[in-house]
Design a protein around this ligand. Structure first.
Ligand code: MRU
Length: 353
């Protein structure tokens, strides 16, 4: 089953409701743009590639929401919705890209019917491409792993973070399909526990030997020689590090990724980033990337119970920045690249046409 798809019965978006995991595997139907935006913000749908599909399907949804008779007035109304969807979360570039891709196609429609049709077929195309690319990423990344390796992963960059298959966990699934025995150590990934709530579920569903650890144990496991590779996904990869990182690229991923990269470097463990070229943002420098700050309640409370004084000042960044000097391989659908990475190797559309 796909993480996110178009449901023709309701003419709306169906998604796995990831806020209910691991207790329940249920789906949610976003019938309006507001419901989609809420779903993105509360992480019912999450993970950069899945957000790309959510953005594109969101444009298709918007084209159906307005009962207007002229293509031009429909597109004006959809444009405003598209902007709201694109800015629902700021860090994963895939969201704004998914929105633009579907909106650009919708603009080619000459009638209301054509606008609706082209937006939906662009979204379906993006979703299909995502699965195809993830399989290619998986195959390229699998070559970096040896039989009997133990992979550490952070957050969830699996099937549930994409339309299907996954990026970092896709590498694990492809390696196993190629006959390699791979175990996975999953970092819990505080504060929202995408590792313990989501990665463990999909790994165990696929019979992958899985061990959950608290985030703070990752250094110990590396020190004890229990980790052969760290494989993570990305929300945005920039190739221009801006004032802070200079001319080296930067990988933005779930907060805590940077710490895993530093530890992996210290222990000579390969640090692998698996991401489609749609996550590579060649037009932005690190100076212009916004790291999402989330609600302090996510730290002050744990599942509704008080975890800290209700008025303690909080910093709750959802992502962090890993400079490319700590990345051993960037795996895209075009193969595994070792830094320094040429812009032309990793920009989107290189393999699309
Ligand atoms: O806040 P989230 O759960 O959307 O964060 C997701 C991640 O950081 C993933 O690692 C990233 O999007 C890559 S998903 C293939």
């Amino acid at each position: 089953m796909r993480t996110i798809s178009w449901d023709e019965d309701c003419d709306c978006i169906e998604m796995v409701d990831q806020t209910k995991l691991p207790g329940e595997f249920t789906t949610y139907h976003a019938e309006t743009v507001d419901e989609l935006i809420e779903s993105i913000q509360m992480l019912r749908v999450r993970g950069a590639p899945a957000l790309g599909a959510a953005g594109a399907y969101g444009v298709a949804l918007a084209t159906r929401q307005h009962q207007l008779k002229q293509a031009e007035s429909l597109l004006t109304a959809v444009k405003a919705d598209a902007q709201r969807i694109a800015s629902a979360r700021p860090t994963a570039v895939n969201l704004e890209r998914g929105v633009s891709e579907a909106f650009d196609e919708a603009q080619l429609g000459m009638t209301v019917g054509e606008v609706r049709e082209t937006a939906l077929s662009a979204a379906e195309d993006l979703a299909d491409r995502d699965v195809e690319r993830n399989k290619q990423i998986g195959d390229a990344g699998a070559k970096l792993l040896g039989d009997q390796d133990t992979v550490m992963t952070h957050c969830n960059a699996g099937a549930l973070a994409t339309v299907d298959w996954g990026t970092a966990l896709g590498v694990v699934y492809s390696a196993r399909e190629a006959g390699k025995e791979i175990d996975v150590v999953v970092n819990e990934t505080r504060p929202l526990n995408q590792g313990s709530r989501i990665s463990t579920v999909e790994l165990m569903e696929r019979d992958v030997p899985t061990t959950l650890i608290p985030d703070n144990a990752s250094g110990l496991l590396m020190q004890e020689g229990e980790v052969d590779a760290v494989v993570v996904g990305a929300d945005r990869v920039v190739l221009d590090g801006g004032d802070q990182f200079g001319d080296q690229g930067v990988v933005y991923n779930k907060v805590g990724t940077y710490k895993q990269a530093v530890l992996a470097d210290r222990h000579d463990i390969p640090f692998v980033v698996a991401a489609p070229t749609s996550t590579v943002d060649a037009n932005t420098s690190a100076d212009r990337v916004t790291i999402e700050e989330r609600d302090p309640v996510e730290l002050r409370e744990i599942y509704g119970s008080q975890n800290a004084p209700a008025d303690v000042p909080v910093r709750n960044p959802a992502f962090d920045a890993t400079p490319m000097e700590l990345v051993d391989y960037l795996v895209t659908e075009d193969g595994a690249f070792e830094p320094p990475i040429e812009l032309t190797d990793v920009v989107e559309n290189r393999s699309r046409h």
